[in-house]
Design a protein around this ligand. Sequence first.
Ligand SMILES: *[C@@H]1O[C@H](CO)[C@@H](O)[C@H](O)[C@H]1NC(C)=O
Ligand SMILES: *[C@@H]1O[C@H](CO)[C@@H](O)[C@H](O)[C@H]1NC(C)=O
Ligand SMILES: CC(=O)N[C@H]1CO[C@H](CO)[C@@H](O)[C@@H]1O
Length: 409
Amino acid sequence: MRPLKLASLLLIVYGASASVVKRQSGGGFEDGQPVDGTGKGAPFSGGTNHQIDLQNPDNLGQQSTDNGVVPNLKWAFSDSRTRLLRGGWVREQVVTDLPSSHDIASAQQHLTKGSIRELHWHRVAEWGYVYAGSILVSAVDENGQFELAKLEVGDIWYFPKGAAHTVQGLEDENEFLLIFDDGNFDAVGTTFNVDDWITHTPKSVLAKNFGLPESVFGSVPSPNPYITNATLDTHDVTGGNGPLRGNASFVYYAKDHPLENVPGGGGTLRIVDATTFPAATTIAASVVTLYPGGMRELHWHPNAEEWLYFHQGQARATVFIGNSNARTFDFRAGDTGVFPDNSGHYIENTSETEDLIWIEIYKSDRVEDISLTQWLALTPADIVANVLKIPIAVAETLKKEKQRLIKSV
Ligand SMILES: *[C@@H]1O[C@H](CO)[C@@H](O)[C@H](O)[C@H]1NC(C)=O
Ligand SMILES: *[C@@H]1O[C@H](CO)[C@@H](O)[C@H](O)[C@H]1NC(C)=O
Ligand SMILES: CC(=O)N[C@H]1CO[C@H](CO)[C@@H](O)[C@@H]1O
């Protein structure tokens, strides 16, 4: 009786003094302070961005398993400069923003009704995902075959390196994610706009090339406006070697493809790579919805670096890069991220109520992952038990089927 009473008394005293200390020091992680409650850390006394601290408790040292040096793996589109254009806007994330993303650069782009991302091509491949409104994509390949397609929310396009293309907004407001398979997207020699070329070509050459009077090209805008507002009036296209059909098509319609099987039951998953979208030979993607409390299971990708765009909700992920180095990041809608080639990771939904939606991108023709659980389950149980010092009986119960997205327990 007595020792118990003493223990509870000590608990009360300790609890009370801890809460006094807490008040004096301005709290812990949940209050945006690097104080862990076990005696480690101390509150900020100088400049800090309190809103960012509150949103990123893992930068404050919340995960005791974090260790060593892992570079920054996150960039918020909200930290990008937004270029305002007549008919929309664009904001980018390139390798100078997120240096660990070598393979992928990205942008969000908005077009009002009728507005056109003008005719252009790139030295790199372009991939796009419509998340608001609908758009018209038009493209031409080296064989004189063309694509002309109306894309809705969830639909995707892929223009191979060098393919000529343009995009037009069809609804009042239209917005999409753009992906390029090279981190250094702003380098000179990456994007070629048609008006920019025309205005830097001698008029006599234009006249000879098109068989038209020089005066025809007198109003081509310079410097090029990048996005042009226009009235919607879409002519059809015929001729050449006809439309790109079947496996040659540059577009993917979500409605034509079933969702993947998700044994873990924690959400939904759509894999869009060359197995379902044959034209997309250098950019593979997964579009993921994770229910509240769910988790993308521990895994890695044997074939590529992973780039991510968080579209909705809140997430937490720890990235393990080997040699005892691990770091946890908090993500929310509008953030991009990158997980180094072959690094181990998971993604958790940190919202109580909201589905977490993100898009994963790989510079590859395939989405590939290796599941930690499946690996251990398909390794002799005595070996697993000896290495991890767990009972053999436990090793024998590990799930042999990839769970992908695990439900809240
Ligand atoms: C584009 O915007 C300008 C300026 O607001 C306006 O004068 C012009 O009529 C617009 N053009 C079209 C085709 O909407
Ligand atoms: C189209 O691509 C799919 C997936 O890569 C492949 O299985 C199929 O054989 C291709 N069809 C043709 C006609 O090439
Ligand atoms: C509803 C629910 O279970 N939400 C969880 C989301 O993830 C965070 C962090 O892992 C948990 O703390 C929440 O309980």
